[in-house]
Design a protein around this ligand. Structure first.
Ligand SMILES: *[C@@H]1O[C@H](CO)[C@@H](O)[C@H](O)[C@H]1NC(C)=O
Ligand SMILES: *[C@@H]1O[C@H](CO)[C@@H](O)[C@H](O)[C@H]1NC(C)=O
Length: 370
């Protein structure tokens, strides 16, 4: 009995001392803030707790872009707006300004040192490719003399900054869940994630899937959908998307050691083919867009898929981070290649490199540092 009482007392004392500590630190933060007029240190402390990095607006800033796109040897023709003659350059000079704090400028040297010996992998469709290229260019710009190796094997492309032992990888996967060849044809298996065993060995994972879910006809790379032991010719595509994301979410909870591996989902990336969305009815693509939208809201709001992503993310018990880039990217109708890429078709889906994905990676870096 006596021992039990002692234990209770001790527990109370610990609780009290913790409370005192947190009072002291918040008082200290307040003091720092009121002491200096610009309050850099104190402000930063408060911001780490409260700032939503994804709420904000675009600021014109000629200290951007973060690198010269013509000096990055990794830019593919799909994203190389600079090489393919985009005449306007203003789209390169924007910095994301969160409402209640500042987004730290990307620090390539710091990033490489911090992730020494680590493997970072983007997994998903061509928007993952877009994002991967941006990080490779950002890191290359900060370590131009580092020896770099490049290899592609099957679904995996890998760039390694050898002086640091940092590998930045891309795993090409349209739906995250598997598509397998069977006697009836190509079957998309909504509850199968066979590549997970490889993914979970990485140190940072950034997932994405969305662009391919509504494709039909020749552009649909599967013939049937399977869930459990039931096979369907088709189903509501948003329902299928949600089921696949739930499979991914369950895999994160059951298989990923989030102490070792940081897990991100790259939010829905918007396209700009309908001017009604930005108050220019009749406009059918992004070819004349030279400026981002001002302010912090996009008239039509979030696409339905973004709500599905948020709902599924919130069902995951382990710590995962949504790179919530949808709204800030919706504001950037000016940042697509349009006709200025090696593809020579109108592209208002992907993004120029250098360009918007550099901000996605600044947000990734800030989230990894938090
Ligand atoms: C890279 O090498 C070049 C030529 O040797 C040198 O001028 C430059 O300062 C180096 N850059 C960095 C960031 O070390
Ligand atoms: C553009 O969006 C508006 C409003 O959502 C819609 O009514 C219209 O049909 C769309 N236009 C096209 C070409 O999809």
């Amino acid at each position: 009995m006596a021992t039990g009482c002692q234990r209770i007392v001790l527990a109370i004392m610990v609780a009290v001392s913790v409370t005192l500590d947190s009072c002291a630190s918040s008082a200290e933060a307040g003091l720092l803030q009121s002491e200096s007029a610009n309050g850099v240190k104190g402000k930063k402390r408060d911001q780490e707790k409260e700032c939503d990095m994804y709420q904000g607006s675009w600021a014109y800033d000629t200290s951007y872009p973060l690198y010269d796109p013509s000096a990055c040897p990794f830019v593919r023709k799909e994203f190389d707006c600079f090489k393919y003659g985009r005449p306007d350059r203003r789209y390169l000079n924007y910095r994301w300004q969160p409402q209640d704090c500042d987004l730290p400028r990307f620090d390539a040297q710091g990033f490489l040192r911090r992730f020494q010996g680590k493997q970072i992998m983007y997994i998903g469709d061509s928007l993952s490719l877009n994002n991967w290229q941006s990080l490779v260019c950002l890191l290359h710009a900060g370590a131009p003399n580092s020896s770099i190796s490049q290899e592609t094997e099957g679904s995996i492309s890998k760039v390694t900054f050898q002086d640091y032992g940092v590998s930045v990888m891309l795993f090409h996967s349209l739906y995250l869940v598997d598509i397998e060849e069977e006697s009836i044809g190509r079957v998309m298996k909504l509850d199968s994630l066979k590549n997970g065993g490889l993914w979970k060995d990485m140190d940072v994972l950034i997932f994405n899937t969305w662009q391919w879910w509504y494709r039909r006809g020749d552009k649909q790379p599967w013939d049937y959908i399977r869930e459990g032991d039931r096979t369907y010719k088709d189903m509501d595509r948003m329902v299928a998307f949600r089921k696949a994301l739930l499979t991914w979410a369950e895999w994160v909870d059951s298989d990923v050691d989030t102490i070792k591996t940081s897990v991100f989902f790259q939010g829905i990336s918007p396209s700009h083919y309908n001017g009604t969305d930005w108050h220019e009815p009749g406009v059918k693509d992004c070819s004349k867009e030279k400026l981002p939208m001002t302010g912090s809201t996009y008239p039509p709001g979030l696409p339905a898929a973004a709500y599905v992503v948020k709902e599924v993310m919130s069902s995951i018990r382990k710590p995962v981070h949504l790179l919530d880039v949808t709204t800030l990217s919706q504001l950037r109708k000016d940042a697509h290649p349009s006709i200025y890429s090696g593809l020579k078709v109108m592209d208002c889906t992907h993004w120029c490199i250098a360009g918007l994905p550099d901000t996605w990676n600044e947000l990734l870096s800030a989230a990894l540092a938090a």
